[in-house]
Design a protein. Structure first.
Length: 81
């Protein structure tokens, strides 16, 4: 199993945000954190990976639902099989 880097996870989270038309401010409000904290997490400036993983969970990525999409290199077609 090939795990993604935090940068690759951040890319996928940004893609989901774009698809769902969710802003960093929206995520910040939902998680009760600052918008700059969201920005840092998505840009790799956060030393604490839990912020990025909390954002992913808030966007409905979960270990039970879509672990391969977040943590393995799979195509969109493979996820929908």
């Amino acid at each position: 199993m090939a795990y993604l880097t935090l940068s690759e996870i951040a890319d996928r989270v940004r893609d989901r945000m774009k698809e769902e038309k969710i802003t960093q401010s929206d995520v910040a409000e939902r998680l009760e954190i600052s918008q700059p904290a969201v920005s840092r997490a998505l840009e790799g400036g956060s030393r604490n990976r839990s912020t990025l993983l909390n954002i992913a969970r808030e966007l409905r990525f979960s270990v039970d639902e879509e672990p391969r999409y977040l943590f393995e290199e799979t195509s969109r077609e493979e996820r929908n099989e």
